[in-house]
Design a protein around this ligand. Sequence first.
Ligand code: DGJ
Length: 741
Amino acid sequence: MNTIRFDAEQRLFQIQMRASYYAFRILDNGQIVHTGSGSLPENENVEPVLGRLDDYAETSYGLDSQVRRYELPTFGDISYHDVALKASFPQPAAKPATHESPNLPVRDVRLRYVSHEIRTDENPGLAPVHGVPTRKTQPRETLCVKLKDIAYDFRATLFYRITPEHDIIERWIELENATSMEVAIESLAFGTLNLPNGEYEVTRPTGCWNREFTAVRQNLEQGKLLIDQQGLNTGHAGNPFFLLNERGGVTESAGDVWFGALAYSGNWCLRFEVLPSNTVRVHGGYELSDFSISLAPGGKHRTPAMVHGCAGDGRGGASRRLHRFIREYVLPDSAALRPVLYNSWDATYFDINLEKQMELVRLAASIGVELFCIDDGWFGSRRNDRAGLGDWVVSEEIFPGGLKPLTQEIRRLGMKFGLWVEPEMVNPDSDLYRAHPDWILHFPGRPRTEGRHQLILDFGRSEVVEHMFGVLDALVRDHDVDFFKWDMNRYASEPGSVVGKAIWQKHVAAVYSLFDRLRGAHPKLSIQSCSAGGGRVDIGMFGRADQVWASDNSDAHDRVIIEDGFSLAYPPRAMECWVTNEENPLTKRIASLDLRFDVAMRGALGIGSALNRLSAEELDAYKRKIEFYKKIRPVVQEGDLYRLSLGLEGGVSIWEIVLPDASRAVYSIAVINLAQGRFRTPARLRALDAASVYAVIDEKGTELGRYSGYQLMTLGLPGDTASGGHGGAIRSRTLLLERIK
Ligand code: DGJ
């Protein structure tokens, strides 16, 4: 079956994927109108589903009824609803007629169909160019639909790249100014998703520093809902993804869910619009408060991608599609499992020196850590957060003789070596700033606001980006760095740049280019994206980072909520999670070692505890648990996630992660609200092999029982249903289920 078809008679495009479809059509006047999308019945039916134009007909009883579902709604024609594209032309296309007045600029774009083709080698704007392969590399079909304005030689191409096995379409737009005048682009989405008419609710992440990825669900009412980030990172208050479903009836495991996410790490916005007719659409693209792209004659702009799809098997189905897509087609080098990391930030903050780090290196190696990362404070005069940022030379004061003694020991003990960097920033009290006070974002004659005592480098200047590449490249070479923790610790203010308003996109492009050049030059280098916790997590970043820091909050009680929310769109293998001290460094809450490990083992495990303050017994327990993690790691990092219960909906978060062949699964429960005296219904497991028998093994290697897949999927696991009571209730546990016959 062809994935993309064109019915020439009806002028209808139909994209048919494994379990969903997407269709649109060319009207007689050349406009492109969406005709349907949704899940397909589960069978081998290959009958094309075309969508019906009549369902979306324009009514004619007044302007309020503009309900057509344009694939690219533009400011022009009759457009008083939200649009995906607005452009401004300083000159008329032709000499005005005698009855016309010179009302300029012309702000009216009417794009009409010109031609289409299917290509196999297309990429969206800002796609990674580092050359580190993703797990799947085969070319995918991309439908390109070319449009042109009715009068200006102003063109747009709509791109639809299809990943049929995951029901995913990546959308992006390329604009081309073939006129002889400069055209200002004043609004631009990467794509517009039209939904079937109805009453919807949206599930989306909200938060702040230390509370990232907290999912909320809200009804979409008539009007607009804007979620955005005015920044140079992805942000903490929101994250560019959403799940949408008709109100009622949809659960983790059932019902149609339309999902979307942006592959972009800067000034993004998602605009949801419900018209009086219950027409619903979502525009995903650039945030508009300080937006403008100036297209010179002959100029082109290709947007990053909006990734979207429809799952018929509930929110869990939507998440699993995104996870697989990201694991297979986005993350670089995802064949390798993520190593167990140690980072002393939460244990020591800026109090680091050779002797203390050496002690931690040895202790880390003794408990099974595989990657040792030195966090902030190793360079220049950076003994606190007021000075030294920008001066990327090893501090002789705390590392006499440099890093070599430490890195040699790290290698001798068989670990990899990582370094923290924050390349986009500078403390005013630094040699870099003293040498180049003009290199930072600012407006002349205006204040330069500091955030965490730091200013932002102007990545609109190519010499600044070159300087940073030289610095980072030299660090990798000089110290044989295996891993960077790339941090970014403030929001943007006074965004004055040599490139003007283009700085929003240029900064993101420059950050991506640095990641890409570093990875290209050092193929074994891996990178973690961090931005004051989870401020830079998105599909654009996943194209060049191996893992992300989802939050500085490692308090297990809070963390499960963050993990539940993160996992709505992003895969566990990319989520770095630390076990930290018994008393949490930020929230000061005490949590047992079991709970801390059970929660941190749901992603790429890291240790952030003060190992030098632990007893021999505690270190033994760490060692045993890390060994157990290594056993379950292939399942956690490669399996499909089923959220059996959510922390925010009842106080118990239960994850089951199952290998695609159902041979092994990991069951992880964390109880954050002991509902005294209540008994929970056991969570029924999913996606096991009903006819097989599974051994259930705990972290000590003890076999707790043997159950058939059938039993586990109907009755669940025995033993963790009681809350509260006289100490008998389970607070958390992680179990490995192994198919034995
Ligand atoms: C913020 C990060 O989220 C922390 O993990 C740590 O690296 C600090 N920055 C260091 O300044």
